[in-house]
Design a binder for this molecule. Structure first.
Ligand code: BGC
Length: 863
């Protein structure tokens, strides 16, 4: 058969310069003019004015200084959408798939486009800095922010991070890769002292930051809350000044995590440029005094202020300084919804597809769509990464639209794993109350109220004494659980208050609750990350209208903890049948349908910032639901709506397993695209998925006496699994398949010229793969470097490069992969330097870490 070549891909790290020398000259000139403007501005500031640049004026911004033509600089979370200064459903943001999904695309060009979309959103929202990406590692699957990080592998994390940062900065908006460094779990996150050896720190946890800093040159970075081997990261002079700045050449700002700056002198000397949020920080007058008392040299303050001015200049906020990206070079507008849909579909990982049950092509005559997440998917993980979407397409809506009239689609709840009631689905009005009466009102689409940093209508926080949320519960209407059966709206409705503070809940004037809810634990952010709930039950008949009102009295002026935060939820659930009946209904629907699609997933309580996970089982009775549906219908497809690994005890007894992550706001459209085969599931696992909790190489995330040891050293993820006798993971790092098949046909490797010197590149590797199936498809070709096994301190093999290729049926595609020199280097803890391991290394190519059919010896010379 004659073979046409498919598209080839590149590996490793993203492109940051276009290599055009005229453009490079113009940029150098702009850089020089920017630095001159920064120095001129700095020279005009006295000590208090310089210090004023170093701390938040409020929750999200740095102050303007008109005397030097400096504008107000606004920062915003976060990795999966740009919230802006408001955090409210009436100021929504395009919600992207969460970072594990972005990493699962393994596609640097696509992720760069995601970065450009974030920049576009930032500009729309008036933000100059996006507090992203999160490039901590998947050390343990229990890490609460696992969904927010990319991978267990530093090379993949670094590559995706470079692509995202480059994309955002293409749009003239700054990033802050975070959290520098070793913020890999949440328990005692503000204070934990991570004890990690020097080599592990260098080869694993610092590695993605180093790649990003050296390659994408981010304009900012965020210091982690935690300490590393003693000093807190906002005060870590060795890592912040010696490593990050002197060794890697970082010239951006280092901003604290929110409330992470705790000591004036140590933070200033430790290289922390910006203390957030404000206005009360350890900088301000405290820093002016420290300089006057001789504890901090003024030259240090100059250095911090210089970097803040440089950031402002880069984003176009300093008069006389050229912005890093001139207006005429900004990328063309992006269709956010279309890109989110494409990203999601390309991130979905197909882990099993028995008898090619997928794609559903032609469309079946009947489909039973099962699960709470099928009607109300989780589109993102909890915490600061959360945004309110501009639109939300559920799997139910997406499939209904895509399947059309020809397919009978029924939805059954099956099991609802949520332990908190969902926000009321009826429209609400929020009244902002002050001592003299109403200060303003805001319309909300449901019972979720969250204002952070600013209030609607710019009502001053200091005047706010209470907020009253009102709405009409129509018992004939769709309830919060997605129940559409009007008969079931007669019966026991549940209402809930969720939040921290003093609340009064009334229905038709009757007081149902009047009391105070207190946060659990000591995490100050828990009040809005994981607030408590109080529920009441209400017997109601159908077709009734009940006036519901929930009043929250402000605990103190300025909202919770002086942050300017008002956050609470009015929850509602319509009457429903028992848990057992729900499963029976789902089984009946599955039995009657040609295909059953069950959407299972984690909940807000399971995957969120601020808490680590207790375990990896799917919450509620979802495992039982899948097992019983699969027993009833051999064509059962399970879609997993989770940002991090979950156990799937039924995985061998269902026809297909599709990992859908937290897919962002176009969830249902992307799912329909993939299930019906318009698009191939393009994702591959960025992290190994275990079969059992007990097999996980790293489980412990709870510090002992304030310390969290990393005793496993380099052996996390697949590096650990490949040393474990007798325990294989459920799915290896890199695993996943599309709708076609591939054969790995050829491998060549060539040492880069001068590889024994100081170049960053070790070798060029070419992998030829053939599409042996009957559909055009994409493959993520992975290259690993294996040692000869003589040095047991090194992992047996490590990812050394990857590329995405595409080919038509029968065609060959060539993946050209650049292997970085780091792939054969170890950190020498005596010389405190990188050292090449010379000798024979094996280049291996394949579709995942567990299967590498092509191998080749590569002899690496001594440095
Ligand atoms: C998180 C950061 C986030 C910041 C601002 C912190 O609690 O750790 O990732 O950027 O809050 O919301």
């Amino acid at each position: 058969m004659s073979s046409t070549s498919g598209t080839s891909g590149t590996s490793g790290v993203g492109r940051v310069s276009d290599g055009n020398s005229a453009t490079a000259d113009t940029r150098n000139d702009a850089d020089a003019r920017r630095e001159t403007a920064v120095e001129a501005a700095l020279a005009r500031l006295d000590l208090p004015a310089k210090v004023a640049l170093l701390a938040g004026a409020d929750m999200w911004s740095l102050p303007a200084d008109e005397r030097i033509g400096l504008g107000r600089l606004v920062m915003s979370d976060g990795p999966a959408g740009v919230r802006g200064e408001q955090w409210t459903p009436d100021d929504p943001s395009v919600a992207l798939p969460s970072p594990t999904a972005l990493a699962a695309t393994w596609d640097l060009d696509l992720v760069r486009r995601a970065g450009r979309l974030l920049a576009q959103e930032a500009r729309r929202k008036g933000a100059h800095v996006v507090l992203a990406p999160t490039v901590n590692l998947h050390r343990s699957p229990r890490g609460g922010r696992h969904f927010e990080c990319f991978s267990e592998d530093p090379l993949l994390t670094g590559g995706i991070g470079v692509a995202l940062v480059s994309g955002v900065q293409d749009g003239g908006v700054a990033t802050t890769p975070k959290h520098f460094v070793a913020n890999d779990s949440e328990t005692e996150r503000y204070t934990v002292d991570v004890r990690v050896d020097e080599r592990t720190l260098r080869e694993l946890y610092l590695a993605p930051f180093e790649t990003i800093v050296r390659t994408a040159r981010p304009w900012g970075l965020m210091a982690a809350y935690n300490a590393v081997n003693g000093p807190s990261m906002s005060e870590h002079a060795e890592l912040n000044n010696a490593v990050l700045r002197e060794e890697w050449g970082f010239d951006g700002v280092l901003v604290s995590d929110w409330t992470g700056a705790r000591d004036t002198v140590r933070a200033a000397l430790g290289g922390l440029d910006i203390a957030m949020p404000g206005p009360a920080t350890v900088y301000g007058d405290h820093l002016v005094r420290a300089v006057r008392d001789g504890l901090v040299p003024e030259t240090v303050v100059d250095q911090l202020a210089r970097r803040v001015l440089r950031l402002a200049a880069r984003v176009g906020l300093l008069a006389g300084a050229p912005a890093a990206v001139p207006a005429e070079e900004l990328p063309a507008p992006i269709d956010g919804e279309a890109l989110v849909r494409e990203l999601a579909a390309r991130s979905f990982v197909l882990l099993r597809n028995e008898g090619d049950v997928l794609p559903l092509d032609p469309a079946p005559a009947s489909v039973a769509l099962i699960g709470a997440a099928a009607a109300e998917p989780r589109i993102g993980g909890g915490g600061s990464a959360q945004v309110f979407p501009t639109r939300l397409v559920s799997p139910l809506e997406g499939l209904r639209a895509a399947l059309g009239e020809g397919t009978r689609l029924v939805h059954a709840l099956g099991a609802d794993p949520r332990t908190f009631l969902p926000p009321a689905a009826f429209p609400c009005t929020a009244e902002l109350l002050g001592a003299q009466g109403t200060l303003g009102t805001a319309a909300l689409p449901g019972g979720d109220l969250r204002w952070l940093g600013a209030l609607p209508g710019d009502v001053p926080f200091a005047q706010l004494t209470a907020v009253r949320l009102t709405g009409t519960l129509n018992t004939g209407a769709t309830g919060g659980t997605g129940t559409t059966d009007a008969a079931r709206t007669t019966g026991r409705h549940q209402l809930a208050v969720r939040g921290v503070g003093r609340f009064r809940l009334e229905a038709d004037g009757e007081v149902l609750f009047d009391g105070t809810l207190l946060p659990e634990g000591e995490d100050p952010a828990a009040a809005f990350l994981n607030p408590p709930e109080h529920r009441v039950e209400l017997e109601l008949a159908a077709d009734r209208e009940v006036a519901v009102s929930l009043t929250c009295t402000m605990p103190e002026a300025g909202g919770f903890a002086g942050f300017g935060l008002v956050s609470f939820t009015l929850g509602h659930a319509a009457p429903t049948v028992s848990a057992e009946e729900l499963i029976e209904q789902a089984v009946a629907a599955a039995t009657a349908a040609e295909v059953a699609v069950v959407v299972v997933g984690t909940t807000e309580e399971v995957e969120s910032e601020g808490v680590d996970r207790a375990g990896l089982r799917l919450p509620g009775r979802q495992d039982e639901l899948v097992a019983r549906v699969a027993a009833a219908n051999p064509r059962t497809v399970v879609v997993v709506n989770a940002g991090a690994p979950v156990l799937m005890p039924w995985r061998e007894s269902v026809a297909a397993v599709l990992l859908g992550w937290f897919p962002g706001q176009q969830a249902g459209e992307a799912l329909a695209d993939v299930l019906l085969g318009t698009v191939e599931p393009g994702g591959r696992l960025p992290t190994t998925w275990p079969a059992e909790e007990a097999d996980c190489p790293v489980w412990e995330v709870t510090p002992t006496d304030g310390r969290l040891d990393y005793p496993e050293g380099l052996f996390i993820g697949y590096r650990a699994w490949q040393r474990r006798a007798g325990a294989a993971p459920a799915y290896w790092f890199g695993a996943g398949r599309g709708y076609t098949r591939w054969s790995y046909e050829g491998l060549e490797a060539r040492l880069t010229e001068g590889a024994a010197g100081s170049t960053d590149t070790l070798a060029e590797v070419c992998v030829r793969v053939r599409n042996t199936g009957d559909r055009t498809g994409r493959e993520v070709v992975q290259v690993y470097l294996a040692t000869d096994g003589s040095d047991r301190s090194r992992p047996d093999r490590q990812l050394a490069g990857f590329a995405v290729v595409e080919a038509a049926p029968g065609a060959v595609a060539t993946a050209r992969i650049t292997v970085p020199r780091r792939a054969v280097q170890t950190w020498d803890t005596t010389a405190h330097a990188w050292r090449t391991a010379p000798g024979v290394h094996t280049v291996e190519a394949g579709p995942d870490a567990g299967y590498r059919p092509l191998t080749l010896a590569l002899v690496v010379p001594q440095d």
